[in-house]
Design a protein around this ligand. Structure first.
Ligand code: TMP
Length: 218
């Protein structure tokens, strides 16, 4: 099923640790709702009960608990549940879906970060999602050191991914930027080192340019 055959829109937010994706996803979903567009905000890994169970397996425990291939397979299983139970039904009824992380995170983290071949990840994506792609992807980009410091100041218990070394996170950032370069029609890079309000303003501007929706402020 392609997003084009469904009447809703799929917007994904991507980026490294501490980029502020969750905050921006919430603000964007609220702005769309205020604008009279039925919108759901969701996240990966997770976004459906079965997928939230897999999220716990992925985020908790020692970094070496899973290797990159196992992580990719778990992410893909979680995404399959999320698509079937949450995303596809929403798009089919015409709702817009704002998703905090999606398939680009698998390419950046498991592909560029952990070395799983990107072609294998693309094949797995086709298996679970066919041709479905986001209508728009907002890549919130900021230096790795800044992002990790922000993430650590936000919550006590680090996830398995936050515990990985700085070189891993630098490869992840490079991966995201590479994806954005390869798919400029779908992806927009947003400087995430600014304030929450400034980033939200930038997001609203992009929505106007790319999806032709003019979002009112609160
Ligand atoms: P988050 O709450 O920061 O989004 O945590 C999710 C973590 O899972 C984050 O460290 C990135 C990681 N992740 C992957 O490694 N691959 C994926 O495909 C997804 C969706 C997330």
């Amino acid at each position: 099923m392609g997003a084009q055959q469904l009447s809703g829109r799929l917007i994904t937010l991507e980026g490294g640790e501490g980029a502020g994706k969750s905050t921006q996803a919430k603000l964007l979903a609220e702005a769309l709702t205020r604008n009279g567009i039925e919108t759901i905000a969701t996240r990966e890994p997770g976004g459906a009960p079965e997928a939230e169970l897999i999220r716990d397996l992925l985020l908790k425990g020692a970094p070496e608990r899973w290797d990159g291939v196992s992580e990719a397979l778990l992410m893909i299983a979680a995404r399959r549940a999320h698509l079937r139970h949450t995303i596809e039904p929403a798009l089919a009824r015409g709702a817009w879906v704002v998703c905090d992380r999606f398939a680009d995170s698998t390419v950046a983290y498991q592909g560029y970060g952990a070395g799983v071949p990107v072609e294998a990840l693309s094949a797995l994506h086709r298996l679970i999602a066919g041709e479905l792609k986001p209508d728009l992807t907002l890549l919130l980009d900021l230096p790795v050191e800044e992002g990790l410091a922000r993430a650590q100041s936000r919550h006590g218990a680090e996830t398995r991914f936050e515990q990985k070394d700085i070189h891993f996170h630098k490869r992840v950032r490079r991966g995201f930027l590479e994806i954005a370069k390869q798919e400029p029609r779908r992806c927009v890079v947003i400087d995430a080192s600014r304030s929450i309000d400034d980033i939200h303003r930038a997001v609203r501007l992009v929505l106007g340019e790319r999806l032709n929706v003019k979002l009112r402020t609160a």
